[in-house]
Design a protein around this ligand. Structure first.
Ligand SMILES: [Fe+2]
Length: 186
C-alpha cells in the first residue's frame, strides 16, 4: 500500500466526522483540526508536528461520547483512543505529541500563569477532569521527555484553533504532508 492510500481512511474520518462541534467551542471538529494544522504550518513546524496538529483529536472522531464531554464532567481520554490506528501509520514524531497533548496543558498551566488565565471556560473546566495543573516537579519531568517541547507547541496551537469562521486550507492541502510522514515498511 502506498502512503497516499494508507492515509485515506484517516482523511475520510476527518471529513465525515468533522462536522461535529468541538467540545464546548463554537467551531466544528474539522475546523478545529484545520486551524490547528494551519497554525503549525505557519509557525514552520516540521511535517510530523503539522500532521500531529491535524490529527491530534482523531480520538474524538473514533468515538464521540456526546456533544460535549466536558460539560458532562468527563475526561474522555481521547488522546489515547486513536493510538493503535495512528501508530500503524506514523512514527513517534506524530504520535507522541498527540499522546501528550492533554498533559501539555497541565504543563503549560504550571509554566505560564498567563496561559492558565487565557484558557477558554470549557478548557479550564476540562483541565480539572484531566488532573489539574502539574506540580513543579511533574512539569519538569514532562518537558524533559522526548517530544515534550513538541507537545507543548501543539497544545498552544490547539488552544488557539477555536476561531469561528477563520479561513484555512482544506484537508486536501495537508495530504502530501501526511503522506510524507507515513512509516516506511522495510
Ligand atoms: Fe484539540
Amino acid at each position: 500500500m502506498n502512503a497516499m492510500s494508507a492515509i485515506g481512511p484517516v482523511l475520510d474520518m476527518l471529513q465525515e466526522a468533522g462536522a461535529r462541534r468541538y467540545g464546548g467551542e463554537a467551531v466544528s471538529q474539522l475546523e478545529h483540526a484545520l486551524q490547528c494544522a494551519h497554525l503549525a504550518e505557519t509557525a514552520k513546524a516540521q511535517d510530523e508536528l503539522v500532521a500531529a496538529a491535524l490529527l491530534h483529536d482523531l480520538g474524538h472522531l473514533l468515538h464521540d461520547p456526546g456533544d460535549d464531554a466536558t460539560q458532562q464532567g468527563m475526561d474522555d481520554k481521547h488522546q489515547f483512543r486513536a493510538m493503535p490506528l495512528l501508530r500503524r501509520l506514523f512514527g513517534a514524531g506524530v504520535t507522541e505529541p498527540i499522546r501528550m497533548h492533554v498533559d501539555a496543558k497541565r504543563y503549560l498551566c504550571r509554566a505560564d500563569p498567563e496561559y492558565h488565565r487565557a484558557l477558554s471556560p470549557a478548557s479550564r473546566q476540562s483541565l480539572e477532569w484531566q488532573g489539574g495543573t502539574f506540580t513543579p516537579e511533574e512539569a519538569r519531568r514532562f518537558i524533559l521527555q522526548p517530544y515534550g517541547r513538541d507537545a507543548a507547541r501543539l497544545r498552544t496551537w490547539d488552544d488557539l484553533a477555536k476561531t469561528p469562521g477563520k479561513p484555512t486550507p482544506g484537508v486536501a492541502h495537508f495530504e502530501k504532508t501526511l503522506a510524507r510522514c507515513v512509516k516506511r515498511k522495510d
